[in-house]
Design a protein around this ligand. Structure first.
Ligand SMILES: [Zn+2]
Length: 232
């Protein structure tokens, strides 16, 4: 094979490997489908229309008066982890913050707003099984976009850790970060900081779809957690 062709082949091979490793890390393997985009917007408008007729004017009048959310939630943005489904009526009750890997540090302003200004008595941090952000954070993510890297750096887990173990470790780390931030409110028993894993893949063997509470105010012993939950 001529040298030029060999070189081209090498470049192509390198490009292929780089693309593949990028895809594997990001978990993004689908091309964009603009038809699906149009369909989604149409559906969203229809859903909104039926939401309006289902709830009626009094519902929106009440919302326009203000909010007193009992829970501030930091969840992963993953489309499979719709953790606002924790309430049948989240309007006015759940102050929802979502990002890749349910990180607290990169979204601290929003968390402070929920806890300090809206006076949520619960801060709930929710990870989930098969989390792409956790996969990325436990691998080499240096080829990803700089802004993604910045967020992943707040996830402090070891490289190569099993996904569910990384998810659990990350939730516990995030609870610790939040506990330091809201230390005064915790010591005065004004708030609960709870860590949980929404396990749709049943990696924790508690049944698929279960929200497993793994941390309450820094306590991670399952027996202790069970006891606290039974006394709530
Ligand atoms: Zn995730």
């Amino acid at each position: 094979m001529p040298v030029k062709q060999l070189r081209l082949l090498k470049v192509f091979y390198l490009f292929l490997m780089l693309s593949l490793s990028h895809l594997l890390i990001a978990g993004e393997t689908h091309p964009h489908d603009i038809e699906a985009a149009k369909q989604f917007i149409n559906e969203a408008l229809k859903v909104n229309k039926s939401y309006i007729s289902k709830n009626g004017q009094a519902f929106f009048k009440k919302l326009s008066k203000g909010q007193q959310p009992r829970a501030t939630i930091v969840g992963c943005a993953d489309s499979r982890a719709q953790t606002n489904k924790l309430s049948d009526s989240p309007e006015g009750d759940i102050f929802m913050i979502r990002n890749i890997g349910n990180q607290v540090r990169s979204t601290m302003g929003s968390v402070q707003y929920g806890i300090n200004h809206l006076a949520s008595p619960v801060l709930l941090i929710i990870g989930h099984s098969n989390c792409g952000a956790i996969s990325a954070a436990s691998s080499d993510y240096s080829s990803l976009e700089k802004d993604i890297q910045k967020e992943l750096r707040t996830i402090n887990i070891s490289k190569g850790i099993k996904n569910i173990n990384g998810v659990i470790k990350n939730v516990n780390n995030q609870v610790e970060i939040a506990s330091t931030e809201f230390n005064n409110k915790l010591s005065n028993d004004e708030i609960l900081i709870v860590g949980a894993v929404y396990d749709f893949a049943n990696d924790m063997k508690q049944g698929p779809g279960k929200l497993n509470i793994i941390n309450i105010n820094g306590k991670t012993n399952p027996v202790e957690i069970k006891q606290i939950l039974s006394n709530l």
